[in-house]
Design a binder for this molecule. Structure first.
Ligand SMILES: Nc1ncnc2c1ncn2[C@@H]1O[C@H](COP(=O)(O)OP(=O)(O)OP(=O)(O)O)[C@@H](O)[C@H]1O
Ligand SMILES: [Mg+2]
Length: 474
């Protein structure tokens, strides 16, 4: 769909230029506006085929622009962009009818792809949008942190599946956040006011699990002194989270299949069939399809569970989330001490981003909790971190034989400039020759600024800075 007209709305001129470059090469006609207000002005003159809009803008942000365009009756696809992705923005955006949601920095291939898909979508189907459900406007997602592209794509999946009744399979290593994500799906779904019930396939023996799951009648087995409701019954109208499904015995796999197919089961010791209305979210640390191939998991059950699969990437594949996760855990654990721990030194962040995190976010959370408990200052230094994390060799210096990498140099230089100018962001950006927003984004990547208005580098960090000598290396 060459010749399509695309309106790019972003306050950051670098992003505008970058998008204009790649998209005009593809043969599209491009218009740009610095914010939502200006974009609405342009739309009265020419209606674009596609709008790409940043979320955070001074005059009329991306979501408000989306709302305004829809209320004016415009139904072109809208792609939202954000430098600081969160589950809330993904859910809000998709619920408000955005076509897609991408996070900066994006690859040019991603941009080409998403634009092509959006324009094709308009051509193929002008489906009526689902009416919004007014009951579910409050998004409960504060506890999911991270804004790497990998995590933003998980947020998008959560936002989409939350609006459906589909069975969901969450696959990810230990500690990647599967349970947190299952809860987020439930909390953002139409079932949010009904129970969320967890069934742990790995925790119980077969008989116990069966009676836990389906309940039992009085006298069903020794010790069954009264009748008991099973977890499935307790989850009625809500969500049933089947944790560690790979650990279910073959017999239970069969029974579960029946529940999923028929929404029917029998209490242990009963002949009466009961029906339940539950949404099923299953989780597994192991790759279920390879277990199916190995003959250790029922194929038919796998296909029932695998309606929508969300792969949760291990932490080592999204190291850029470490600074923000670390700060989140410092806030969570740091306040209770008599000298509150408020932040972390760049050297300690360095150590954290060099470690491989086999235990993923849970291991990071424990490491930060421990460091907070041990740190004698308001700042976490590398020596406060668990031993395994501290002693990781630094790959970059091995590769560069002691030379400072460009990234290290950039960070040190930015901090020097900020220090010298008393953290005046505008002035520092000017001296560095970059846009204020670019500076803010870089600081965020270093783990310093946690929101647009709270731009601080902790003074303790600045006071430990020494000028970097890049030439005395071997
Ligand atoms: N994106 C995230 N933001 C904040 N906290 C997170 C995130 N992901 C995981 N956590 C935290 O890490 C810990 C582990 O998460 P969770 O229990 O959901 O992992 P899991 O995948 O179910 O692990 P396991 O397979 O070992 O059961 C929890 O304390 C959770 O709050
Ligand atoms: Mg879990």
């Amino acid at each position: 769909m060459r010749n399509s007209n695309i309106l790019i709305v972003d306050h950051d001129t670098d992003t505008q230029a970058q998008l204009r470059g790649v998209l005009s090469q593809e043969g599209y006609t491009i218009d740009t506006a610095p914010d939502g207000r200006a974009a609405l002005g342009l739309v009265t003159r020419q209606i674009p085929d596609l709008v790409m809009s940043d979320l955070n803008m001074p005059e009329l942000d991306g979501l408000s622009l989306l709302g305004e365009l829809r209320s004016l009756g415009h139904d072109m696809p809208i792609i939202l962009m954000t430098a600081c992705g969160s589950l809330k923005t993904a859910v809000d955006g998709i619920r408000a009818g955005a076509f897609d949601y991408i996070s900066k920095p994006f690859s040019l291939d991603d941009v080409r792809l998403v634009v092509r898909r959006a324009l094709q979508h308009t051509q193929l189907s002008r489906e009526p949008r689902q009416p919004e459900n007014p009951l579910h406007h409050s998004i409960r997602a504060e506890n999911l942190v991270g804004s790497s592209p990998a995590v933003v794509s998980v947020y998008k999946s959560i936002a989409r599946v939350a609006q459906t009744e589909s069975t969901v399979l969450l696959e990810g290593e230990s500690g990647t956040g599967k349970e947190l994500i299952a809860r987020a799906i439930h909390a953002n779904s139409a079932r949010s006011t009904a129970p969320f019930v967890t069934i742990d396939g790995g925790a119980l023996t077969e008989t116990l699990l069966e009676s836990e799951l389906f309940g039992h009648e009085r006298g069903a087995f020794t010790g069954a002194v009264g009748a008991k409701k099973g977890l499935l019954e307790k989850a009625h109208l809500g969500t049933c989270f089947l944790d560690e499904v790979a650990d279910l015995s073959p017999a239970l796999q069969g029974k579960l299949l029946r529940v999923i197919q028929e929404r029917e089961f029998r209490r242990v010791g009963s002949t009466a069939t009961m029906t339940v209305d539950v949404r099923i979210i299953a989780a597994s640390k192991k790759n279920l399809s390879s277990l199916v191939q190995a003959g250790r998991f029922r194929e038919d059950l796998y296909y029932r569970l695998n309606v929508v699969t969300i792969q949760i990437p291990p932490l080592r594949e999204r190291m850029e989330d470490i600074p923000v996760l670390t700060q989140y855990f410092i806030n969570k654990y740091g306040g209770v001490k008599s000298t509150p721990v408020t932040t972390i030194s760049p050297e300690a962040i360095d150590a954290l981003t060099r470690y491989a995190w086999p235990g993923n976010v849970r291991e990071l959370e424990h490491a930060v909790e421990q460091a907070v408990a041990l740190a004698p200052h308001s700042l976490i230094y590398p020596e406060d971190l668990p031993h395994a994390v501290q002693t990781r060799p630094k790959p970059s210096s091995a590769q560069s034989r002691g030379w400072v990498t460009l990234a290290e140099l950039e960070r040190a230089h930015i901090l020097q400039v900020l220090k010298h100018h008393q953290q005046d962001l505008g002035r520092s950006a000017e001296i560095l020759g970059i846009h204020r927003k670019t500076l803010l984004r870089k600081l965020r990547q270093f783990g310093f600024a946690d929101g647009p208005r709270t731009m601080y580098v902790h003074p303790d960090i600045l006071s430990t800075l020494v000028p970097m000598d890049t030439t005395s290396m071997t």
